[in-house]
Write a protein that binds this ligand. Sequence first.
Ligand SMILES: C[C@](O)(C(=O)O)[C@H](CC(=O)O)C(=O)O
Ligand SMILES: [Mg+2]
Length: 559
Amino acid sequence: MPVSLNNEKNEFEQLQTLLQDDIKSIEQWWAQPRWSKTKRNYSARDIALRRGTFEPVTYPSSLMADKLYKVLEAHADKGTASRTFGAMDPVQISQMAKYLDTIYISGWQCSSTASTSNEPGPDLADYPMDTVPNKVEHLFKAQQFHDRKQFEERAAATSEAELAAMGQGIDYLTPIVADADAGHGGLTAVYKLTKMFIERGAAGIHMEDQTSTNKKCGHMAGRCVIPVQEHVNRLVTVRMCADVMNSNLIIVARSDSEAATLISSTIDTRDHYFIVGATNPDLEFSLAETLEAAIQGGASGAQLARIEKEWSEQAGLKLFHEAFADAVNADASIADKAGVIAKFNAQVGPLTETSNRDARKLAKSLLGGKDIFFDWELPRVREGLYRYRGGTQCAVMRARAFAPYADLVWMESNYPDYQQAVEFAEGVRAQYPGKWLAYNLSPSFNWQKAMSVDEQHTFIERLGALGYVWQFITLAGLHTTALAINAFSRDFAQDGMKAYAQTIQQREMDEGVDVLKHQKWSGAEYIDGILKLAQGGVSATAAMGEGVTEDQFRDKSKL
Ligand SMILES: C[C@](O)(C(=O)O)[C@H](CC(=O)O)C(=O)O
Ligand SMILES: [Mg+2]
């Protein structure tokens, strides 16, 4: 209730009552087992202060988040996985609901087919930031419509036999996990984006640790990550927004670090192990200076590429621990080279989070006071970014940092490599036992080359046993549409109506696809019912009345 309407207490007392009541209810909420693994860096008071005077509402998306949590929990208990794929439209979700327990909404697919600006393009997340939330709303509304339509039909049954005659019901309210890309800007954009997803119906969202300005599909080159803490701050922002909105949103933290080649800043010491430096002390100019001079001199694109290659070859680009090992091997005064290198590596590794300053100090002491030339400023690319060499262990380091702030963690990979999936799972779970993992079964991989048919058959189950509780073919909605439309267009061009009647309509009948009766599927009966209700029980203009052509399907189909 707006505080100004209550005249019995003074404003201070009214505000304090509202605040304290909300703080109490938030604390009770956060005490639930669902949050036992979630870290929050702020208090219930911090959240309550930001909620306004409306009684907190429960968004439908939060109920869907609860459902998603249960689905994933059940899979985690059994060592199985929820499998799904990127859905593009209401037709797809209505068919998926019969077989799959979650729905994915892909930024890639939206970028190509559903940008709010209607401008298609590759997966660079440069579409307007409400693009994926709009798709979520589109599909969530369709889910609710099909659910209402089905409920009306089935709940109106007057006997068990009548209900049984309708066949198996379908759970259309399948929780949606949507792509929040790299947050579409700074933390305020992350906050607003999260709010949109919650308002539009997402049960969960994933956010990746790429820069939002250079964001690329996880299977493109030139990916640039942000420092570990910067992504942690994004995840904290997502949860904070969900908390303000009273939402149990599921957060999936994705890392693109496995194949990342760039990082925006050296500020986080946890990243130092993976930052590439130049080790040649005789370089006269940095890469950026060298390229700038060449551009001013009129060099062409091909010449610039050659100049960059030559510069890189001369620079002796290495990670610091590699530079150390090379320095040891080149030092005639060190007898037990392997021993010295092992000593260094025991203290400085991918998961030790050692700063470069400390690594240098150790190196110097092991090299008898000698400094190693190592400069990560020199090879910075023209855009100012630093060179990074990620890998599976880098992704483990990052996923461990993200784990307390996310319900699931996901390493974007370049191949569907089972052994790599084992390494990631073991690495994360060594620190966070039982942590839920997500896996991208991407169509960007060549599955024919990656594994045998038998291995393809069992891949999801094998990953499920490792803890990958949520697995998704990102772009299968797009690919199946392409394939189906290609086949039908070809057949239709050749065979006319025979192609439609035999390869579409007949097969819909054979497989019991409800869209065969597309008027009914679209809810015409449900809407007729509303029309009749509004008119006291009759309607001469009912769409499904006598004369509807769908009557032609009555005998032939069981639907
Ligand atoms: C998951 C993804 O972010 C998407 O937008 O669907 C893409 C798709 C893909 O290449 O599989 C990605 O992995 O970056
Ligand atoms: Mg994406």
